[in-house]
Design a protein around this ligand. Structure first.
Ligand code: ADP
Ligand code: MG
Length: 630
């Protein structure tokens, strides 16, 4: 017996305890799903064996027929799920069953509130998997051996799901994994062949391996297959029920909730393949993790080839889950070959087309559903205009933004709607980018647009800065930032409100010159505004200059940016500016000019170079106004 063979007791990663509590609490009413999760893992294990077996068929040993077996024992009150898949080594058992190897786990647990009701909503987002066994079991035993390892390299793992587990090396002639649940008293209802079969049919019918159970009844012998064991996607659409699609999704998507939508498509002709693609109901918590798994399983003529076939979906559709089954690819295809394979390229563009069509259909037929999609995945989809130039227009049609037209703040306005509402003579689609909705909505740059009833899109996702640099126009209308360049609204009919705020350059020419000198280190120019109606000042950049918000994002990401100086625009109609124009005390003009500049910066969410100095100046001014100072 080597050192490793001895029995060891190891502690669970801290989060597992938390996960188990949360799960037992929130899934109790739906606890039969433990079987679905165990069968799903057994099926994944068979897939992994097939994949590794392509290169090394000795892994199949003398047991090539992959299947899953479900047994129960009324006396011992146990249920077992047995597979002859890939199995696990000792190190893999520790990694897979003792820690949560998922990226973003920390953030997930940080997001928990302690409020059972709210937290149980989150669990679906995390995916429950193996640990769901503990909803019905007071003890779980896993005995496993990795395919290709020798018979004395089996591993036994036992835990009561409290703080730790024991692990030891054991003799195990058979490859694969046996998971045995020792049921809690209140879960004994599952010790029933009929019940188990119906759970299998309900949740795992689509599993393409046979799931067998010992035959029962009068003259029963041998085993019976409890599921239909056909690849769901290979069936004809009309023979598949909604519920079956949903259960299949939960398996391929490792999700606990129903998908938002799916599209099942068979392509025949020169290229033959079937795709069954799902859009999840909720963003996984690792959506922003570039290393996170991609969602497409690749099959060749029903044979599983690989998980996470990232060549089949572009990054901006990385939330899509499902399977692609090709008739044309060779069985021994590797990841390297996938990268430069014409067939894969065509399948990929076919799949992308299907997903974009599906989204378009939802967007037009079910606005509420589309809003849910957009809330979860909109920011990812927007990456598409950067990633896939020739899809820019199709993608832009799917985008939704907040706008000055809708006070709810929801991202619900499409570019088509915007264009449909454009004023006669309006030359551009106007937008403002900012850190958040409040900053965008209250931006002084919007004043003239409000006065003239011109809609402005309020863009508040960091990605929007890139979207607007890649999407120059929509429907032949240029996208124009309201904080850039000279504003030309000359084509649009005047409104009475706007007429009143027409500013005349000459009125305050002297002040403009003075301020140009005072602020020459901060700004490129000071000029009279055509944008402001109620604020005294705002900052703008040149037509092609970098917006302050983008500059801030880039700086935050560690890039050294020397953005160009902004231009300060001042509003001659504003009492402060008029007062300043009449001011004779130079020191005061200086202070006020700096305050105006700092204010303008603050109002667009910027950061002051010297906040304390700003406060000092402001206080000096207050004291003078109240006349109490020295
Ligand atoms: P997921 O299936 O989403 O990865 P689970 O909690 O269901 O998460 O399973 C955790 C991991 O444990 C799996 O990824 C796999 O590596 C391993 N595992 C679980 N069951 C088996 C099994 N029957 N055979 C081989 N490995 C398994
Ligand atoms: Mg699983």
């Amino acid at each position: 017996m080597n050192v490793e063979a001895k029995q060891e007791t190891l502690g669970f990663q801290a989060e597992i305890r938390q996960l188990l509590d949360l799960m037992i609490h929130s899934l109790y009413s739906n606890r039969e799903i433990f079987l679905r999760e165990l069968i799903s893992n057994a099926s994944d294990a068979a897939d992994k064996l097939r994949f590794e077996g392509l290169k090394n068929d000795s892994l199949f040993e003398d047991d090539p027929d992959l299947k899953i077996r479900v047994e129960y024992n009324k006396e011992q009150k146990t249920i077992s799920v047995i597979d002859n898949g890939i199995g696990m080594s000792r190190a893999e058992v520790i990694d897979n069953l003792g820690t949560i190897a998922k990226s973003g786990t920390r953030q997930f647990f940080d997001a928990l509130t302690g409020d059972a009701g709210k937290d149980s909503q989150l669990i679906g987002q995390f995916g429950v998997g193996f640990y769901s066994s503990f909803i019905v079991a007071k003890k779980v035993e896993v005995v496993t051996r990795r395919a290709g390892a020798s018979r004395n390299e089996g591993v036994r793992w036992i835990s009561t799901g409290e703080n730790d587990y024991t692990i030891e090396t054991v003799e195990r002639p058979k490859r694969g994994t046996k998971v045995t649940l020792f049921l809690r008293d209140e879960a004994e209802e599952f010790l029933d062949g009929f019940r188990l079969r119906s759970i299998i049919r309900k949740y795992s019918d689509h599993i393409s391996l046979p799931i067998v159970m010992p035959a029962e009844g009068e003259d029963a012998k041998g085993e019976e297959t409890a599921n239909s064991a056909s690849a769901l996607w290979s069936l004809s659409k009309k023979d598949i029920k909604e519920q079956e699609y949903h259960e299949f999704y939960k398996h391929v998507g490792h999700d606990f909730e129903d998908p938002l939508a799916y599209v099942h498509n068979k392509v025949e002709g020169k290229l033959e393949y079937t795709s069954l693609l799902f859009i999840p109901g909720r963003a996984p918590f690792d959506l922003w993790d570039r290393e996170a798994r991609h969602g497409i399983k690749l099959y060749v003529r029903r044979v599983f080839i690989m998980d996470d076939a990232e060549q089949l979906m572009p990054s901006y559709l990385r939330f899509v889950r499902g399977v692609v089954d090709s008739n044309d690819l060779p069985l021994n295809i590797s990841r390297e070959i996938l990268q430069r394979n014409k067939t894969i390229d065509s399948i990929r563009s076919g799949c992308v087309k299907k997903i974009l069509e599906l989204l378009k259909t939802i967007a037009t037929s079910d606005k509420e559903k589309y809003a849910r999609f957009w809330k979860e995945f909109g920011r990812v989809l927007k990456e598409g205009v950067i990633e896939e130039h020739d899809k820019k227009d199709d993608l832009a049609r799917l985008f939704r933004f907040s706008s000055t037209q809708d006070d709810s703040g929801a991202q619900s306005v499409s570019l088509e709607e915007y264009v449909g509402r454009m004023k006669e003579g309006q030359k551009a689609i106007y937008f403002v980018t900012a850190e958040n909705y409040a900053t965008a909505k209250n931006s002084p740059h919007l004043e003239i647009f409000r006065a003239r009833n011109i809609e402005v899109l309020l863009l508040t996702d960091p990605i929007d800065e890139w979207v607007t640099t890649h999407l120059h126009e929509f429907d032949s209308k240029p996208l124009q930032s309201v904080t850039k360049g000279e504003l030309d609204l000359s084509g649009v009919a005047e409104t009475e409100a706007a007429e009143q705020v027409k500013h005349n350059e000459a009125d305050i020419g002297g002040l403009v010159k003075q301020m140009q000198e005072i602020l020459k280190d901060q700004v490129k120019d000071v000029r009279v505004t055509q944008r402001l109606t109620t604020s005294p000042a705002c900052l703008v950049v040149d037509e092609h200059g970098m917006g302050r918000h983008l500059e801030q994002i880039l700086k935050a990401s560690g890039q050294k940016i020397t953005g160009s100086k902004p231009i300060l625009e001042i509003n001659p109609g504003h009492p402060i500016i008029q007062r300043l124009h009449a001011e004779t005390d130079e020191a005061r003009v200086k202070d006020w000019s700096h305050i105006l500049y700092d204010q303008a910066l603050l109002s667009e969410g910027g950061q002051l170079a010297d906040p304390a100095e700003f406060v000092r100046k402001l206080n000096r001014m207050f004291i003078e106004l109240t006349g109490t100072g020295s």
